[in-house]
Design a protein around this ligand. Sequence first.
Ligand code: SAH
Ligand code: SF4
Length: 345
Amino acid sequence: MKTDIKSLYYDELENFITEAGFPKFRAKQVHGWLNKGVTRFDEMRNIPRNLAEFLTASSYISVANIEKKLVSRYDKTVKYLFRFNDGEFVETVVMSYKHGYSICVSTQVGCKMGCTFCATGRSGFSRSLTASEILAQIEAAQRDLNVRISNIVLMGMGEPLDNFDNVIRFLRLVSSEDGLNIGMRHITLSTCGVVPKIYELMKYKFALTLSVSLHAPDNETRSKTMPINNRYPIEELIKACRDYFDTTGRRVSFEYAMIDGVNDTDSCAEKLSNLLKGLNCHVNLIPVNSVKGTGYKKSRTDRQQAFISILEKHSITATVRRTLGSDINASCGQLKRNYTDKSGG
Ligand code: SAH
Ligand code: SF4
């Protein structure tokens, strides 16, 4: 099996090259070319031919090829469908804010978690992405748009904590000074609630923001839409979030997709307030995006307002998230689904 060279940490790259008998400084050159975005080793002009040959025979460079690109007419949101070396696709979204560009990357091709409201969850699982494939989405978008991306959210296709080792590697690579150098404070990792992995993650004490997709205030409601809740019920999840804050000192975010008549009643808001009492957190309310075949509708605006008022009454900070790119199906999973439906894949 060939080595995935862009998933290596710098010291691993150095070992890889010196163990093959080349001097250490060659690693620096190779690293420089990889950062520049070359896609083939024979494009590395200042390295000797035998090193290029060794690298070509022993390793490969991950690339995210733009298969399709959509730009929103309303805001500057851009959505990519990227194709990897083996022909698998993922979606990536770039949003432009006052303070800079933010990218929503995918961590898996599909997802095993099967949340009923989610386009990705409904289309099954193919494989996890490597660290370099997660990085490649950012590199490709930066190159295409000619901008520097300052914020990353792991909220695209897939469950990041179900691809734990590759995601940790990605986080370290992307935040390292000799990489893209995007600091942990500018990274948000979203999870549906894989409790043991939340405990593993907190041991790293990264300064990133953990965002938990809660979407319901009790087990009965949550288990209806999120099968993971049958494995790790809500009390265990919230306990893990409290421990996460105690260990890392980082405020936890909760995502709550408001679905008309499912989780948006006053009583749900009261239960949610009770559940989160005393926890340093922030709640993002998102009117659910309708996905073909689910029958879910977004909550009415007056429901969103009533819900938020109840949370505020209990001193829980919450905001209704602005939806960007509504004309280009900017929530992940939807573009790929439409694309592969049409192409018969
Ligand atoms: N698997 C991770 C991260 C990817 S999903 C997770 O579940 O957190 C990113 C976010 O989009 C999650 O909060 C998820 O619950 C939310 N989401 C999925 N489908 C949605 C939809 N139809 N409308 C609104 N939010 C949705
Ligand atoms: Fe997977 Fe997240 Fe979609 Fe659930 S919401 S199916 S965990 S991608």
